[in-house]
Design a binder for this molecule. Structure first.
Ligand SMILES: Nc1ncnc2c1ncn2[C@@H]1O[C@H](COP(=O)(O)OP(=O)(O)OP(=O)(O)O)[C@@H](O)[C@H]1O
Ligand SMILES: [Mg+2]
Length: 506
């Protein structure tokens, strides 16, 4: 048997107007953790979809050799049967199913009478959840658990399939540091058990932490494959972006002016537990020209806070919001849009985009009222606004008529931003804005944030990436269990201090 569990040779894959993979060759040694890195749109996910049969044999050219034999998978079931499990970048669980149903979807455990053996399925699920150290009832619905926990459910699902090759496409994009560490530990355990792993990530620290070998893709071509030890992070980045990058956090500070947003005594009751508060009497304000960072662990209430400001939790809220000194009532997102508040949500697929619509539609998404006259949308104006944003944000797409689901993850995220940049905003709320964004594009996004605050916008940014929170905020508020427990100015904030307070230190 060869040393290589997988050899992909001369893979070329085209989509209309896009050469996504251009003669890529990629080999993975048995038992290693092989990181696949590259900019947004470089072709990483596409290469994995070729491997797993999502892009079926015949829709690409080149060879896929798994365990020494050439493969021609027609669909994902074929690759699964061969021992390949893939966890997608865009999580693919059904929100209405419970955890056990999701894990055993299509492979339900049946009793002798050919009915679903629920007790066995819940028992198995409990064991799997224990293996990924997720302490939760297997009957919980997917829609009731956060994106981080969904990720662990996906991993449990892969474990249940006893895969020989495990592919993780940006598994930690949505996880906190602690959860990510937990995941990396799991991967190390899998490796000890002989599982081979392909690991796609934009988090280069993680790549250096976990990988044995690194392959860089750029513009659909494989640029280099190297042992981790032989490739410095600096060289890796320049292979990825094709140039040297200077400052990771190019922040230009303004002198923050008048307070634009004030939130006072803001509380949200827990949806089911009486007398428990998800957000507990929070007050804060944000000024024009300021970037306010909100740090905290997953579950601290950061996302709940900003979703509630936009009216998401209806009557369970009390407190006041003032904009430019005047009290405002925001019952839903259209109220928020009218008041000049924009949100780039944490879960872009659910709340930020319409995936089966195109770039143009998604750019206009919050502005159709303003772009319409007598019920008709001014298409020319929308086209020119969209083109402007595609250029400004460097959104990689063959045209503005491309459907969003065909864009790479990072380019989808830029489109969410585009939706707000065509409007006049006073406050822009960004929830994990650079999740799944490559190093070069991150800097582009920070520069756009710089421009926006220079124009007088107030930006509130939630981020789990501490270097980003520190590198880009004027002020940082740390949240713990629904309260702000500490405020730092940009000059006295450190990662250690943030973690201290975020984990409940006093
Ligand atoms: N189904 C599709 N139809 C049309 N174009 C597609 C499709 N899938 C991917 N592409 C295009 O192929 C290119 C490679 O995309 P891919 O998703 O593989 O990038 P990626 O490296 O995974 O990026 P990211 O880091 O943003 O996830 C992009 O230009 C993308 O828009
Ligand atoms: Mg991808």
């Amino acid at each position: 048997m060869t040393d290589y569990i997988l050899e992909m040779k001369n893979i070329t894959k085209r989509f209309p107007g896009v050469l996504a993979l251009d003669d890529v060759s990629f080999r993975v040694k048995r038992g290693e953790i092989h990181a696949l890195v590259g900019e947004n749109g470089a072709g990483k996910s596409t290469l994995m979809k070729v491997l797993s049969g999502v892009h079926s044999h015949g829709t690409y050219s080149g060879q896929v050799i798994f365990n020494g034999e050439e493969q021609s998978y027609r669909n994902i079931a074929d690759s699964e049967n061969a021992g390949i499990a893939i966890i997608y970048q865009e999580l693919a669980l059904c929100p209405n199913m419970n955890i056990a149903e999701s894990i055993f979807l299509g492979r339900e455990i049946l009793s002798k009478s050919k009915l679903i053996n629920w007790s066995e399925m819940y028992k198995r699920t409990n064991e799997l959840l224990e293996q990924v150290e997720l302490d939760i009832n297997p009957e919980t619905k997917i829609s009731h658990i956060g994106i981080g926990q969904q990720q662990l459910v996906e991993i449990a699902k892969a474990v249940s399939k006893n895969a020989e090759l495990l592919i993780l496409d940006e598994p930690t994009a949505a996880l906190t540091d602690k959860e990510s560490e937990h995941l990396l530990d799991l991967l190390r355990q899998f490796k000890e058990q002989g599982v081979t792993c392909i690991y796609i990530s934009h988090k280069l620290n993680e790549v250096y932490n976990i990988a044995d070998t690194i392959t860089v893709l750029r513009d659909g071509q494989s640029i280099i494959t190297s042992k981790k030890e032989d490739l410095s992070q600096r060289d890796l980045i320049s292979h990825m972006v094709g140039r040297e990058l200077e400052d990771m956090f190019p922040r230009v500070y303004q002198k923050p002016e008048d307070v634009v947003l004030e939130v006072e005594n803001w509380s949200i009751e827990h949806p089911t537990i009486a007398n428990k508060k998800v957000i507990d009497n929070i007050s804060f304000s944000c000024k024009k020209g300021e970037i306010l960072g909100i740090a905290g662990l997953m579950g601290a209430g950061r996302t709940e806070l900003i979703m509630s400001l936009l009216g998401h939790y209806g009557k369970k809220i009390c407190g006041t919001i003032r904009m430019n000194g005047e009290e405002v009532v925001i019952n839903n997102s259209s109220d928020a849009i009218k008041k000049g508040i924009g949100l780039v949500p944490e879960d872009r697929k659910r709340y930020g985009l319409v995936l089966h619509q195109d770039v143009k539609f998604n750019t206009g998404l919050a502005s159709f009222n303003d772009l319409s006259k007598n019920g008709l949308i001014n298409d020319n104006e929308l086209i020119s606004l969209t083109n402007e944003q595609v250029n400004k944000l460097n959104i990689r797409t063959p045209s503005i008529e491309q459907l969003l689901r065909n864009l790479s993850g990072g380019n989808q995220q830029k489109n969410v931003l585009a939706k707000w940049l065509i409007r006049e905003l006073s406050v822009l709320i960004l929830d994990e804005p650079t999740r799944g964004i490559d190093v070069g594009s991150k800097i582009e996004i920070y520069n756009i944030m710089n421009d926006l605050v220079a124009e007088g916008l107030a930006i509130i940014m939630i981020s789990s990436e501490l270097p980003e929170i520190i590198g880009i905020s004027d002020r940082v508020l740390v949240m713990h269990e629904g309260k702000f427990v500490k405020e730092f100015s940009k000059d006295d904030v450190t990662q250690e201090e943030i973690m201290h307070y975020a984990t409940g230190g006093i």
